[in-house]
Design a protein around this ligand. Sequence first.
Ligand SMILES: Nc1ncnc2c1ncn2[C@@H]1O[C@H](COP(=O)(O)OP(=O)(O)O)[C@@H](O)[C@H]1O
Ligand SMILES: [Mg+2]
Length: 224
Amino acid sequence: MIRMENICKIYDRGRVRAVDKVNVTIAPGTYTAILGASGSGKSTLMHLIGLLDRPTSGEYWLCGQPTSDLSARNRAALSRAHIGFVFQSFSLVPGMDALENAALPLAFRGVSREKRLDCAADALCMVGLGARLHHTPEMLSGGQQQRVAIARALCTNPDLLLADEPTGNLDPRAAREILDLFDRLHADGRTIVWITHDQQAAKRAERRILMHEGKLCPEQENQR
Ligand SMILES: Nc1ncnc2c1ncn2[C@@H]1O[C@H](COP(=O)(O)OP(=O)(O)O)[C@@H](O)[C@H]1O
Ligand SMILES: [Mg+2]
């Protein structure tokens, strides 16, 4: 699914090596946590994986496709075709109900409105919000809003779900519910890359990769 060779992202004319010679392979269907302290480069790495940003050097293959020579347009298309994103802030549109929020990524794909809302309803059922289709974000708890954001990421049926600190704004119970949902999505065969600074919570993933000062450290796998 993901293969990176010697990927670097350098800011400030070499002063900040946010991602420093990263080599990593992530197989389809796996559930990986990328762990590390604040400032260790996790979000930068996630932006590179998601093709939201270009590396300074190195090569990155997404689903077998080398990405370094792609145009901006083809990068965006490749990202849209394979990846669903979840961030710490839910970024739902206020005043728009769960169904319309979850359907948004399909709006730019020439899918009919009826089909868009169908897919969004399926995704909302998948995240346990089948009874909240017409609630706006203002009527939903933080955990429910994050589940709408996850439904929005899932409505395009992505191969890879990329989540950057998805439980960072949630209380412990809502956070557990999101991680229970990730367990179910993984059991259904989705590939998940989950970024977190919570070492304890990260034990729930099947593989953990520790990031430190832009580098990936030797792995501590399968210590659930
Ligand atoms: N656009 C940018 N310009 C300059 N430095 C950046 C930029 N984005 C991130 N950094 C720096 O890169 C390092 C890694 O940041 P980040 O990937 O956000 O870490 P994390 O997500 O692990 O907290 C930090 O030192 C940060 O200040
Ligand atoms: Mg971050």
